[in-house]
Design a binder for this molecule. Structure first.
Ligand SMILES: *[C@@H]1O[C@H](CO)[C@@H](O)[C@H](O)[C@H]1NC(C)=O
Ligand SMILES: [Zn+2]
Length: 388
């Protein structure tokens, strides 16, 4: 009887806990030195080692992944592994959804929309797309970070009463992420608006032309303009607001993972994280719609974003088809148990097919400045409603 029970337990356990020992520090360091990447391809499997060429193959095949090379922590893995096997239950557990009050600042927020400028966003995007590419290891990718730091710092300098700060978040690769912070009258929790500033030509990553106008120049300039509008309005939040422009999203969400894991380990409290990744394309002939992603997001925050769209924007929302594993930077926050959401340019099925190519420009038929303007307004409303 004892034997049978333990045999049963052993079979049961081996079905679910097929995980090997965590990767040792020694193996991490050895493979890191060889230039290998540690890649997570699904929720319920261990990460695997890939060469640089193999990771680029995954990108070309449109297979999303987390590159966890920098953030893998052998000490944490034992507990993470156990919770990972329980995560399917947790994802749908309604009791862990964050809750948010209904939008209530229409009389203060709506007048700000008149000051959200398409021509500013056109100018910012002209500058960002002028870099040959914004790849995370290229010289122009580094210059693009410097351009954002300078541009956002110049805006902050115009409004010193805001006490806003801008800093580069350095990584183990050349391109830094950028964090602009509007302090609150209290320390937290923080409201985060994110976009990724890198771009990629997947056929020729290091030197190929990658204007990345929609992916993700659009979200990047939405955030620059929303930051400017809030500071110009004299916005003095109760809780802090941060604007993040992530490096190295296209190669496995590396910038956002570095920041999200750093916040988690410092016990930083986050009220909400909203990702802006591709906000400018409306497929010709298709009804203009904001696609709310249903997977790897917080359902309570997504409902709140829907209510912001209903209250403030000129176009409706609809629930998109799933975006899938590791599809944009919100997933890095989701993975650290922070509430995150992704309002996308359309239903996933109607999104811009020109991304990761030379062709991702503002000249694409369907690229819409009035469409992306709505996302800049959403960014303003999101920051104001959550942080004032
Ligand atoms: C941004 O682009 C404008 C032209 O649209 C140009 O005049 C300006 O010098 C550029 N700024 C930077 C910092 O490159
Ligand atoms: Zn992309």
């Amino acid at each position: 009887m004892m034997f049978q029970l333990s045999a049963y337990l052993f079979v049961f356990a081996s079905l679910f806990l097929t995980r090997a020992e965590p990767i040792s520090r020694k193996e991490l360091e050895k493979n890191y030195a060889k230039g290998l990447h540690l890649i997570s391809l699904t929720d319920n499997s261990d990460p695997v080692w890939k060469t640089e060429a193999e990771t680029l193959e995954l990108i070309r095949a449109h297979i999303n992944f987390f590159d966890v090379t920098d953030i893998y922590d052998p000490e944490k893995e034992a507990t993470v592994a156990l919770s990972r096997y329980a995560s399917f239950a947790a994802i749908d557990d309604i009791s862990i959804q964050a809750t948010y009050a209904s939008p209530s600042h229409q009389s203060a927020v709506t007048p700000l929309f008149k000051t959200v400028s398409v021509s500013n966003m056109q100018s910012y995007l002209g500058n960002l797309t002028a870099f040959n590419n914004r790849y995370y290891t290229s010289t122009t990718g580094v210059q693009a970070t410097t351009w954002i730091v300078n541009t956002v710092s110049q805006i902050a300098a115009l409004y010193p009463n805001s006490k806003a700060t801008v800093s580069a978040f350095k990584h183990t690769w050349a391109q830094s992420s950028i964090v602009a912070k509007i302090p609150g009258s209290t320390n937290g929790p923080i409201t985060i608006l994110g976009a990724h500033m890198d771009s990629i030509n997947s056929a020729s990553p290091s030197s190929g032309r990658a204007p990345g106008a929609d992916d993700d120049g659009s979200g990047s300039v939405n955030l620059i303009e929303a930051f400017r509008v809030l500071l110009a309005s004299g916005f003095k939040p109760t809780t802090p607001v941060e604007f993040h422009w992530y490096a190295a999203e296209e190669v496995g969400l590396r910038g956002s993972q570095a920041i999200a894991t750093s916040y988690k380990s410092s016990n930083v409290q986050v009220k909400a994280m909203l990702q802006f990744d591709m906000t400018a394309y409306v497929k010709p002939g298709v009804k203009e719609t904001i696609g709310l992603m249903p997977d790897y997001v917080d359902a309570g925050l997504t409902s709140f974003v829907a209510s912001l769209i209903d209250s403030y924007l000129l176009i409706p929302w609809a629930t998109s088809q799933p975006c899938g594993y590791a599809c944009s930077d919100h997933a890095s926050w989701y993975k650290q148990s922070y509430p995150a959401a992704l309002p996308f340019e359309s239903l996933f099925s109607n999104s811009n097919a020109n991304i990761h190519k030379t062709a991702d420009t503002t000249a694409v038929s369907g690229f819409s400045w009035t469409h992306t303007l709505e996302y800049a307004k959403l960014a303003v409303a999101f920051a104001y409603e959550l942080a004032i």
